[in-house]
Ligand binder design. Structure first.
Ligand SMILES: *[C@@H]1O[C@H](CO)[C@@H](O)[C@H](O)[C@H]1NC(C)=O
Length: 534
């Protein structure tokens, strides 16, 4: 009897022990299940998405990445949803909008209004992607959080609602007013540049008015044109998906304004300080590997031996060398050939009559190049990733913006004092030469770049760590409701006290009417009393 009891106790103890071990093991290799959705087929967007994936995987989470650029290197912790179908449409769109040749030829004054219908088509085609629909159709799939890149559409918010889990927005730039209104309220246009702005604060009177009008125009287009179409797309695609899970489709507005957190690819050292609620955090630079990879041997040698320093020239991933006019290629080579410095030119074609100090790189490990101590000057298009890397490594720049947010990045860089801007044109080579000479002879630009780099690095924690922390925080707190902005609870007219204004106007009107009545009564009485005295 006693023996049997002891045996039972023994078995119990073993059971408890093994389940403890199991729990501990689960805890160790558990992590959260996170879905990262970056549907836009731009290389720079993919770099940002891959940054999330890398940091979350390193922190031990299980990550699914919906991307147009799958690596096909999945593991039991890393899965992919292949959205490569989105590339075609994106390339068609951007070849219109981000066309170097057309900009140099001054052919593109992109008519934003004309682009919007195409944009709606693009959203629809991204949602229609069969691989995405298949993936979302699996009712057994669950996630702890969904991270969605916001780019001019809110439709993808529906994915988080489908999984009934917190939605984290990723903004590829700073928290400008359009994204900020999703989890707080639009920022004040009198001192905040809008995302495609060509001016920076402090604004002149006219710039300030223009900024307000732009805001009003975007709001109007969004409200009357985009939102009804987005709602239709949302209803069309998500109704059957929710039905598969036995659920009713929640209203679009409820889904879109349900985001719990926003991580922004920005930092005050390179953009402008913006006041945001506590559920918005800047993690600009998280895509940069703190352990810079070594340069390939030949490039290392070239850079080590450049005793007058190195100039690196790259126009980013969208600008193709075939779009450069022949005459400009020749002019650039002439300018570069006349310099003492070694020039690394990222270009997809080899050029004839290459001067000895100029090297063409079809592929360039940009971060490793910028990190080299002989690096003197970076000639760039001013994309945000390049700008961030510039500040990270403290390299002065000449910026030649040609589209998207590049101009505002360039203006900010010039304004902060580490850059010069050169406009794209057939005659630009001469101007570029002057700018290069000025930047190499005047140390103020590189000093400023170094100073900003110090500001950039002076943080509590690496932005990648911060990214992981906030994602985990959102999951642990079941959607970080304690950080939710109360501004979302109020309609706009209450925030602007228009109800008070209405009340005051009504009160004034009532007072006026009452006074009038009183006055009329008095004036009736007056003649009578007058008569009496007469
Ligand atoms: C709103 O967010 C919470 C948590 O962040 C989530 O659980 C819920 O499903 C979401 N609701 C909708 C309608 O998206």
């Amino acid at each position: 009897m006693r023996k049997r009891r002891r045996m039972r106790v023994n078995i119990m103890a073993k059971l408890v022990l093994s389940s403890l071990v199991l729990i501990a093991l689960l805890h160790l290799c558990g992590g959260y299940k996170i879905l990262v959705v970056f549907p836009l087929a731009g290389k720079s967007h993919h770099i940002l998405g891959a940054g999330y994936v890398k940091h979350l995987l390193e922190a031990g989470h299980e990550v699914t990445y919906a991307t147009p650029f799958p690596s096909n290197k999945t593991t039991d912790k890393y899965h992919e949803v292949d959205l490569s179908k989105n590339i075609e449409f994106y390339n068609k769109q951007t070849s219109k909008m981000l066309n170097l040749r057309a900009i140099i030829n001054k052919e593109t004054n992109i008519d934003v209004l004309a682009v919007i219908p195409d944009f709606v088509k693009m959203i629809k085609s991204m949602m229609e992607s069969d691989k995405l629909v298949n993936f979302l159709s699996d009712p057994t799939q669950e996630f702890d959080a969904v991270i969605v890149e916001w780019l001019f559409t809110d439709v993808f918010a529906g994915i988080a609602s489908l999984y009934n889990c917190p939605l984290i927005w990723s903004s590829s730039v700073e928290a400008h007013w359009i994204v900020l209104q999703l989890i707080h309220e639009p920022s004040n246009p009198s001192f905040n540049a809008n995302v495609l702005s060509t001016t920076i604060p402090p604004f002149t009177f006219f710039e300030r008015v223009a900024n307000l009008l732009t805001m009003a125009a975007i709001k109007t287009i969004k409200y009357f044109y985009l939102q009804p179409r987005e709602t239709a797309i949302y209803e069309e695609f998500f109704t059957p998906l929710f039905a598969k899970r036995g659920r009713q489709l929640p209203p679009y507005e409820e889904v879109v304004y349900n985001g719990t957190f926003m991580l922004t690819n920005s930092h005050s050292s390179l953009s402008q300080p913006i006041s945001v609620p506590p559920n918005v955090k800047e993690i600009g630079g998280y895509h940069i590997d703190p352990n810079t990879k070594p340069l390939p041997a030949n490039l290392q040698k070239i850079m080590d031996e450049a005793k007058h320093g190195v100039i690196y020239f790259s126009m980013g991933t969208n600008a193709k060398s075939k779009d450069w006019p022949e005459s400009l290629k020749k002019d650039f080579l002439e300018v570069f050939g006349g310099l003492k410095q070694t020039v690394l030119w990222k270009f997809e074609e080899q050029l004839p009559n290459l001067p000895k100090n100029v090297h063409i790189l079809e592929w360039a490990p940009q971060q490793s190049i910028l990190a080299h101590p002989n690096m003197r000057l970076f000639i760039t298009h001013g994309g945000l990733l390049s700008t961030t890397e510039t500040v990270y490594f403290g390299v002065p720049t000449i910026v030649m913006p040609y589209g998207a947010d590049q101009r505002v990045n360039a203006l900010r860089a010039v304004n902060k004092g580490y850059a010069k801007m050169v406009e794209l044109s057939y005659e630009m080579a001469g101007e570029m030469k002057v700018a290069i000479e000025e930047m190499l002879s005047n140390t103020k630009y590189s000093e400023k770049a170094k100073e900003l780099s110090k500001l950039y690095h002076d943080r509590v924690v690496h932005p990648g760590k911060e990214l992981v922390h906030w994602v985990e925080h959102v999951v642990r707190s079941h959607g970080a409701l304690h950080l939710r902005s109360p501004a979302l609870l109020l309609p706009w007219y209450q925030k602007m006290y228009l109800d008070l204004l209405a009340l005051i106007l009504v009160a004034l009107y009532v007072i006026k009417v009452v006074l009038k009545l009183l006055f009329r009564k008095l004036s009736f009485k007056v003649p009578i009393t007058e008569k009496k005295t007469n």
